[in-house]
Design a protein around this ligand. Structure first.
Ligand code: NDP
Length: 233
């Protein structure tokens, strides 16, 4: 049984990924922060704040004791803050960067040594199309995802010779709690702006993660894979 660790597995995209990987026979460690996830067959839930390196280290010890070495890491946990760039303060900066980029940094630091010693592994980060284009009133969020993209490309170059593939999935507008501040009219406008005419589902992203984790993607590394219904082309 292969072992995948998925951060932010308690809600939204991560929850869909936990369900899909478990249904395909993976042993899943589901990292959550404040929302206790549903447990199920093959799913081991571990509390972990991804912005805290010590919390990540402790979670990895528990996960590997129970389910063995990690074959695939999915760094998915993230938060968004909206507002004018000039109004963000140092606390906003730290919270967004420490969660969205720091989460990837802490999780990959925990997983890389084992993968390097086994000469195999897959790392998948969840980015955002705003990391590629920038978004008005989401400057900090966009910057944190831009950092994720650059880190993914760098890790792919550094770890490719050790047999480790590193990619990002870059979602468009996906129907999760992250959109809870949008009105129905805003959501309709976003769907209309999407060439495929709808919002994405968490499952759309989970299926792409499953593909990237598989040998079907064995020659794909260092890519920022857009899953956005054509919103960004
Ligand atoms: P949700 O708000 O639905 O879920 C966010 C998840 O992240 C929750 O499981 C939450 O856990 C977890 N999380 C937040 N902070 C921490 C932390 N410090 N430590 C551990 N877990 C944490 O968001 P989505 O599912 O939509 O987002 C998942 C990823 O997809 C994010 O990286 C987001 O930036 C990205 N994304 C989403 C888009 C969208 O339109 N929805 C578009 C582009 C990218 P808990 O509930 O336990 O606190």
């Amino acid at each position: 049984m292969q072992h995948v660790i998925i951060s932010g597995g308690s809600r939204g995209i991560g929850k869909a990924a936990v369900k899909l990987f478990a249904s395909k026979g993976w042993s899943v460690t589901c990292l959550y922060n404040s929302t206790v996830p549903e447990s199920g067959d093959n799913v081991f839930a571990v509390k972990c704040d991804v912005s805290d390196a010590d919390s990540v280290k402790e979670a990895f010890i528990k996960a590997e004791e129970r389910s063995g070495p990690v074959d695939c890491l999915i760094s998915n946990a993230g938060i968004s803050v909206k507002g004018l760039a000039q109004d963000f303060n140092a606390g906003d900066y730290r919270q967004v960067m420490d969660t969205n980029f720091g989460g990837l940094f802490n999780l990959s630091n925990a997983v890389i040594p084992g993968m390097v010693s086994r000469k195999k592994g897959v790392i998948i980060a969840v980015s955002s199309m705003w990391g590629q284009t920038g978004a008005s009133c989401e400057a900090l969020y966009s910057a944190s995802k831009g950092a994720v993209d650059a880190y993914v490309k760098s890790l792919a170059k550094e770890l490719g010779p050790s047999g480790i593939r590193v990619n990002a999935v870059s979602p468009g507008v996906i129907d999760t709690d992250m959109l809870k501040d949008y009105s129905d009219e805003d959501l309709k406008d976003l769907a209309d702006e999407t060439p495929l005419g709808r919002l994405g589902s968490p499952e759309d992203i989970a299926k792409t993660m499953l593909f990237l984790s598989s040998d079907e993607a064995s020659f794909i590394t260092g890519q920022i894979v857009g899953v956005n219904g054509g919103f960004l082309i």
